[in-house]
Write a protein that binds this ligand. Structure first.
Ligand SMILES: Cc1ncc(COP(=O)(O)O)c(C=O)c1O
Length: 463
């Protein structure tokens, strides 16, 4: 029998990140400033350190991973690739299902990969304090951990609904020395304004980002910067270590290439981290289906518009060309907090426009059903975000059974759910319902961004 777990040695860890921007067949739209003109690197300088801005705008295909970053990542990387043999048997599918296990990182998800890289680059640049937002709490705990190892201070604005649902995430941040406040908060002007309008708002990632940026630029010492856990090109870049490892591991498992690659997508980083090295193969002729999966309560990829929009509620970020529901959209308080973001990474969005990706949405009941089947077959309790990818992996395995095809399905197991048991409890007691965003709400939110610049759907026509 072939191995169920495929490990790499420390020596096999990828030494470079992969940048899809170098290979996209159609050009990306540049980020725009408030005047509608492309932003220049120095305009981003109060928010990000210049070494990360250089990565953000880079069109280099391969970017070296500094050995100092690798030496931190060795704590859990290379991460295992596992075969979901027990689920395969249960489904009676001829498909071979593999998953990249990112739950083994100290903070419990893929977010730690970019947290370490961002903290390291900020430190190199002389920064002493990082400020960020977090949805589910995974990113906030990952950055708190990274700042702890690298000797930086860390403040995290955590979306109110997750702050209440996952109090132990806050404790994790505290263990690593991070400070966590519920967002919207009274610490910022944006937060105070939103609370005055709606004191019981569940909050959103868009609001928390506004608060984090406001607090960052308020500090005039030049020693504070903002850090984002998804969406931006440099974040996606750092996550490609996942797919690069998976490629080596699939080879060891005797697989030529996956037929289907799947990842759940909030801002797009775990999906892209796994998928982009394979998308490169697809661009160069390989046949495969690549599926980012969103929540049906926040369906920016399958039902949103592609145009310029802000990354945050208050409009403090540059305008990004992306699939979006409108930056003022406040998603329903589903338990997959990390999927409650109105927009999508510009790189992922452009790959969708190009026709390289086939986005799908999944509701929370279907996702929890998949999570329970997973726990009862494979054993692990997954993060609520991850369950969306598992649900689609199951759909694809059943399709392979119908077609009688021994397909290779690969997905990203982006995180464990041991801090997310309240959601499981609610599902088990029948409190959760399937939720599709009503068309009227979607239209009302998208209407609010009608005045923002359009983005042409650049497309090579190959897919
Ligand atoms: C476990 C897990 N998976 C997926 C996501 C979605 O984020 P992204 O699309 O950036 O990977 C999150 C976000 O918090 C998460 O915590």
């Amino acid at each position: 029998m072939k191995d169920t777990k495929i490990y790499l040695t420390d020596n096999d860890i990828p030494k470079q990140w992969y940048n899809l921007a170098a290979d996209l067949p159609s050009p990306m739209h540049p980020p725009l400033g408030p005047d509608g003109k492309p932003v220049t690197p120095d305009m981003l300088a109060p928010v990000f350190p210049m070494n990360l801005i250089e990565q953000e705008v880079s069109r280099e295909r391969w970017i070296d991973i500094p050995p100092e970053i690798l030496s931190v990542l060795y704590r859990w990387r290379p991460a295992p690739l596992r075969r979901a043999r027990y689920l395969e048997q249960y489904l009676k599918t001829p498909a071979r299902i593999y998953y990249k296990d990112e739950s083994v990182s100290p903070a419990g998800s893929h977010k730690t990969n970019t947290a370490i890289a961002q903290a390291w680059y900020n430190k190199q640049f002389g920064i002493k304090r990082l400020i960020t937002e977090t949805g589910a709490g995974q990113w906030g705990s990952a950055l708190s951990f990274a700042c702890c190892l690298l000797g930086l201070e860390c403040k995290v604005f955590m979306v109110r609904v997750s702050f209440d649902q996952k109090p132990m995430r806050k404790t994790m941040m505290k263990v690593w020395g991070g400070q966590c406040v519920a967002s919207p908060s009274m610490d910022t002007e944006v937060g105070r304004k939103i609370l005055a309008q709606d004191p019981t708002t569940p909050g959103s990632l868009g609001i928390a980002i506004s608060e984090a940026i406001e607090e960052t630029v308020k500090d005039k010492t030049g020693k504070t910067r903002y850090s984002l856990g998804s969406v931006l090109n440099h974040v996606i870049l750092h996550q490609t270590i996942i797919g690069l490892e998976a490629k080596k591991q699939l080879k060891i498992a005797g697989e030529k290439q996956p037929d289907v690659v799947i990842g759940c997508a909030g801002g797009g980083s775990n999906f892209a981290g796994l998928a982009f090295p394979f998308v490169n193969d697809k661009i160069h002729g390989a046949k495969m289906t690549v599926i980012p999966v969103e929540s049906s309560s926040c369906p920016k990829m399958t039902r949103g518009v592609f145009q310029y929009d802000f990354g945050d509620v208050a409009g403090m970020t540059p305008l990004l060309a992306m699939t979006t529901l409108g930056h003022q959209f406040v998603p329903a308080p589903i338990h997959a907090g990390g999927l409650r973001y109105h927009g999508m990474s510009p790189l992922v969005s452009q790959a969708i426009v190009e026709g390289l990706l086939e986005p799908r949405s999944c509701d929370q009941v279907k996702a929890y059903e998949a999570a329970l089947l997973w726990a009862k077959t494979e054993g692990f309790i997954c993060a609520p975000e991850t369950s969306h990818a598992i649900a689609v992996a199951i759909d694809e395995a059943l399709k392979a059974r119908e077609e009688g095809k021994a397909k290779v399905i690969l997905f990203n197991f982006s995180g464990h759910g041991l801090m997310d048991l309240v959601g499981y409890e609610k599902f088990l007691s029948g409190e959760l319902q399937a939720y599709e965003l009503p068309e009227s709400e979607l239209c009302a939110s998208v209407d609010k961004i009608k005045g923002l610049p359009a983005a042409a759907r650049n497309k090579s026509g190959k897919w």
